[in-house]
Write a protein that binds this ligand. Structure first.
Ligand SMILES: Cc1cc2nc3c(=O)[nH]c(=O)nc-3n(C[C@H](O)[C@H](O)[C@H](O)COP(=O)(O)O)c2cc1C
Length: 217
């Protein structure tokens, strides 16, 4: 029998949301708390046990402002996506919050850029692409769960990768390092978060064969 407190574990897993408007921009994030969360994330799996995670943590106000300026150049892309989602209120709300974040990213106390100390070759086969990004994203999610357990929130974002080279130049990231995401990190305003709306699990599962009779199309 497992000795985990399932109520707590399930609440952590089901209420770790993309936090944007409830990030507390006025409260500093202590470096040791972030290091604890990254230490926990190092238990995540990596292909062939490569462990090529690297984390660039930006808390310098000027660099955050400059990074925020680059990120804000993605606002037209968010507005465009928002128009495409005009018919879907849930997705429109997501873009509304994404826009809010893009207008203030540089004010978030900590910007974390999870990286990999390797590059995906152009035209890499699926197995290599999956093994490469699959060796950083589990750690990123562990990091986000650890943050939530300590009263901090974050959002997984990739918008800045539209401007990968500019961010590389700003922060001195070497050419053989891959940026995988950018996470704004801050304490949250309030600690209560609700599970997001998701379809019934049966509608996304198939047993044994994709085309088994009776399974959802
Ligand atoms: C691969 C990926 C890319 C994402 N990129 C962005 C982004 O650029 N900007 C942003 O604000 N949110 C971004 N998100 C966050 C999603 O919008 C969010 O996870 C989704 O809407 C679900 O929200 P929830 O976790 O609160 O339910 C991204 C998430 C993933 C997994």
């Amino acid at each position: 029998m497992s000795d985990f407190d399932l109520a707590t574990v399930d609440r952590l897993l089901s209420t770790t949301r993309a936090v944007r408007k409830r990030l507390d921009l006025s409260r500093p994030v202590p470096r040791d708390v972030v290091l604890d969360c990254i230490r926990l994330s190092q238990q995540a799996p990596t292909a062939s046990n490569t462990q090529r995670w690297r984390w660039l943590l930006v808390d310098d106000p000027e660099l955050r402002r400059a990074l925020g300026g680059i990120y804000a150049d993605g606002i037209p892309a968010i507005r465009w996506s928002m128009e495409q989602a005009a018919h879907d209120p849930q997705t429109r709300d997501v873009y509304d919050a994404a826009l809010w974040l893009a207008e203030r990213l540089g004010e978030v106390p900590l910007l974390a850029i999870p990286c990999l100390a390797e590059r995906l070759p152009d035209g890499a086969p699926l197995v290599l692409a999956a093994s490469t990004f699959g060796s950083i994203y589990p750690a990123v999610w562990s990091f986000q769960l650890a943050l939530r357990s300590r009263g901090l929130g974050s959002t997984f974002t990739t918008l800045h990768l539209l401007f990968e080279q500019r961010v590389r130049d700003l922060l001195g990231i070497p050419a053989d390092v891959t940026q995988a995401a950018l996470l704004p990190v801050a304490y949250t305003k309030g600690l209560e978060f609700r599970p997001g709306r998701r379809p019934p699990v049966e509608s996304i599962v198939r047993w044994n064969r994709w085309d088994a009779p009776g399974d959802p199309s």
